[in-house]
Design a protein around this ligand. Structure first.
Ligand code: KOT
Length: 809
């Protein structure tokens, strides 16, 4: 299907007029965007429909990716790219006298996730479709996304994110596919006359789950998969029972708002309702689809792979059991085998505070039948494992203990695969966090290092660099990212290096223009742009970054004529609203920025920009402009990281600890093309074991650090009296849990190496090029191929180019 510019203009105009019955030139950019979205939906609808039909006709195995969060970013441009009509449409829009970038910019960026976990889910949806893998996303259609962040006097303030204000062109409401999800009430088991126990429910609250589907368009392959997000509604026949506003609220609340917690657990009833709601709705719709095919139950796990993205959807295990046992009348052993063979689980964090555990009583009351099933799973686990592994080990792995239900234990026991998201992370799971389970089920454990889609993070975010790469090595890398390595051949080519430098400069100018317009900060685009963009979390150590900035500032104050490599420090980070310490760090950095940006002694030597409301769209602006990628978590704490991969792909040099996927970046680029510093995981473990670390001693032995820390409490930085004291105490009184002080000196030394190298532009650009050329292995396409081959057992390659599907038509 090719589309000419003329055809586009005609069709687009028709769509617009049908929608708005007015002249397109008078329309607002939101209206123009809406019309263009509708055009794309119509344009891709045949493929969407056909993809569905082909999957059904051929009874192919399908993946269902269950995730509490998806962070798709704006979809207009990526859909055009994947449909192969980006240039045609852009030209057409221009010829019509409209502003393409303004139209693109008027799309809201749906913030239906917190950070890495949600963005990973969306990168995966892009790769699954682009590889032609029959795959579906399953999640929640939150009415309000992650809060909008504003800074007021340097403090984070949260505002509601009403992302649906202008409607959502991409979704299709499918009330014909709605299902009922049951909460609360009482349940008992009754003999059904055929020797089977069936549950009898009373006083339950029945809620309607209505799906909203969004097409996930594959890259130039005619495949359109489905992302299904569920919305909670009152069933029409039960309207009568909802008499008060408060009654109705209970239902609406379920899909009202995304919990703003990243790598953190809050044991709230509403969250549990959300988890069961989308899990149950998803599993019910899968079973319904399976039954339509009239296959025997023994075929279930040959046709369906259910993936749980962290433990938030771990109730998939008892819910699938419930349906198989209670509704389909299968016996326990058969149901259990089907469940285990179908479900797989990814762990995304080892942080204890993120491990989900639900009070038994809460689950009993909200989900009485599910609780019975969890109890039975737990009992069978004990009965089976005690004889094999003894009581001690077995009881350390039970799902229910100390009055809580441990969701990770449920996910591990109820699945056939458990994976970590980078090699080090998987090793830590096996050797430390989940050691007992690894002893019990060694073959379940495997690593799947995260990946990112090069389509959004290079092709769309950095079109100039894309053209340069295309020009040098051809376009093959777009479908086979391993080909990016060909670009290495140009690492000594002066002409290519200078083009690379020009592109980086242009991207920096683009960011500088944004900073000027938004914050009235003048940036020197020839300065080194140093970027740390990720959620605010103590373990990610934004504080270490800030202390280094403070140290530089003191140096300038000591000697204003000092020659220093000019730097722009860019931060983007939201803090969970209840995470007070993280919010205090934000205030501290903002206060520091205010002081430094307005100090005439500093001038262009240093500027700090803390962007408000960091999210996917801002990442697309910042990443192409970065020279240094700050990946400075305490070793062992960041499971993988994915901004590290995006920044590398865009030619930033990584300044990092040996943590998460940073280690794999180091292995790919070589130690000479990365700035490493800090404790290793083993060293951290050793320090923890010894228990002799004294932050105070580090301070006493380091005069420079001492001066820096004094600034937190001596009034030099205005307006941080409280925050400065809290941060100081966290480091000294509470002995620096994340070894910020311990790693300080080595961090500063790495920064000095970076400054020095930046003086030699050619050497720097060479390393930047090698980073770009080495980033192919981090394509989510590869990650997904491994999930497909090693976990899901689904075929993607064959379906790519539709040869498999066509062959069966
Ligand atoms: C945990 C609980 C609630 C919400 C989010 C999480 C979470 C997020 N756990 N891990 N993550 C991040 O996931 C990314 C994708 O795998 C990783 O790159 C990153 O290191 C994790 O912190």
């Amino acid at each position: 299907m090719t589309l000419t510019t003329t055809e586009f203009k005609t069709e687009f105009t028709k769509v617009f007029e049908a929608l708005y019955a007015s002249n397109i030139k008078d329309a607002s950019s939101v209206q123009q965007y809406n019309a263009l979205g509708n055009f794309i939906k119509v344009y891709s609808s045949e493929n969407w429909n056909q993809t569905n039909q082909l999957y059904l006709d051929n009874q192919v195995k399908q993946v269902y990716y269950f995730s509490m969060e998806f962070l798709p970013g704006r979809m207009l441009k990526s859909n055009l790219l994947n449909l192969g009509i980006l240039d045609t449409v852009r030209t057409g829009i221009k010829e019509m006298g409209l502003d393409f970038e303004e139209i693109v910019g008027s799309e809201v960026d749906p913030a239906l996730g917190n950070g890495g976990l949600g963005r990973l889910a969306s990168c995966f949806m892009d790769s699954i479709a682009s590889l032609g893998i029959p795959g579906n996303g399953n999640g929640i259609r939150y009415r309000y996304g992650l809060f909008q962040q504003k800074f007021v006097d340097g403090y984070q303030v949260e505002l509601p994110e009403n992302w649906l204000r202008n409607g959502n062109v991409w979704e299709v409401r499918k009330e014909n596919k709605a299902v009922t999800v049951r909460f609360g009430g009482e349940v008992y088991l009754k003999e059904d006359g055929k020797n089977k126990l069936r549950p009898i429910y009373s006083n339950t609250q029945n809620i309607l789950a209505v799906p909203y589907d969004t097409g996930m368009i594959g890259y130039e392959n005619d495949v359109v998969n489905n992302l299904r997000l569920w919305s909670a509604e009152i069933p029409v026949e039960e309207e009568i029972n909802y008499k008060t506003v408060a009654d109705r609220e209970v239902v609406n609340q379920i899909t009202e708002v995304l919990y703003p917690d990243d790598s953190n657990y809050e044991g709230q009833l509403l969250r549990l309702r959300q988890e069961y709601f989308f899990t149950s709705a998803g599993i019910q719709s899968i079973v319904r689809f399976f039954k339509k095919q009239q296959l025997p139950w023994s075929e279930f796990s040959n046709k369906i792979a259910i993936h749980v993205n962290d433990t938030h959807p771990a109730l998939c295990v008892p819910e699938l059991m419930r349906i198989l046992l209670d509704e389909e009348g299968l016996g326990w052993e058969q149901a259990w085998n089907i469940t285990k063979r179908s479900i797989s689980y990814t762990n995304h964090t080892i942080m204890q505070e993120a491990m989900e555990k639900w009070p038994v009583q809460m689950v009993q009351e909200l989900l009485p039948r599910i609780y019975q099933i969890i109890e039975a799973i737990n009992q069978r686990h004990i009965d089976k494992k005690v004889p094999l592994y003894g009581e001690e080990l077995t009881y350390r792995t039970t799902i229910i203990s100390d009055g809580y239900i441990k969701m990770a234990n449920l996910a591990i026991i109820g699945s056939h695969s458990v994976n970590g998201v980078a090699q080090l992370h998987t090793d830590i799971l096996k050797e430390e966090t989940l050691r007992d389970f690894y002893e019990m089920y060694p073959s379940k454990f495997n690593n799947k290092t995260n990946g990112i889609t090069q389509r959004r993070w290079l092709h769309l975010a950095n079109e100039k660099l894309t053209h340069l790469i295309d020009e040098k090595i051809g376009k093959e890398w777009k479908t086979n990212p391993a080909e990016l390595r060909q670009f290495k051949a140009y690492s000594k080519d002066k002409d290519t290096l200078s083009c690379l430098a020009d592109i980086k400069l242009e991207n920096k100018q683009r960011f500088a223009a944004y900073a000027k317009e938004k914050y009235a900060i003048e940036l020197d685009p020839t300065a080194l742009f140093d970027v740390q963009i990720k959620r605010l979390h103590a373990y990610k150590r934004q504080l270490l970054n800030a202390l280094h900035i403070l140290d530089r500032y003191l140096k300038i104050k000591d000697d204003p004529s000092l020659e220093l490599q000019p730097r722009v420090f860019i931060f983007g980070a939201k803090a969970a609203p209840s995470y007070i310490y993280a919010k205090q760090i934000i205030k501290f950095i903002n206060a520091l920025a205010h002081l430094i940006n307005n100090d005439p002694d500093v001038g262009d030597k240093m500027k700090i920009v803390f962007v408000e409301n960091y999210g996917v769209s801002l990442a697309e602006l910042i990443i192409p402009a970065a020279d240094i990628s700050e990946q400075i978590s305490l070793a062992g704490k960041e499971a993988s990281g994915t901004s590290n991969m995006k920044l590398m792909l865009n030619g930033a040099l990584t300044l990092a600890t040996l943590d998460g996927a940073n280690i794999e970046i180091k292995d790919l680029v070589g130690e000479e093309n990365i700035f490493l510093f800090g404790l290793t995981n083993e060293e951290v473990n050793q320090l923890n074991r010894e228990g002799t670390y004294s932050a105070k001693r580090v301070l006493d032995e380091n005069e420079r650090l001492n001066r820096v820390l004094e600034c937190l409490i001596n009034g030099m930085i205005p307006d941080i009296e409280e925050e400065g004291r809290v941060i100081y105490d966290s480091l000294i009184r509470y002995n620096d849990e994340y070894y910020v002080l311990k790693d300080f000196e080595s961090f500063v030394a790495a920064q000095e190496r970076a400054d020095k190298l930046y003086q030699d532009k050619e050497a720097w650009n060479q390393k930047a090029l090698i980073n770009i050329a080495s980033s192919g292995p981090f394509s989510a396409d590869f990650t997904i191929m491994r999930y497909a081959d090693e976990i899901w057992n689904v075929k993607g390659k064959a379906i790519k180019n539709r040869s498999f599907l066509k062959g069966n038509q």
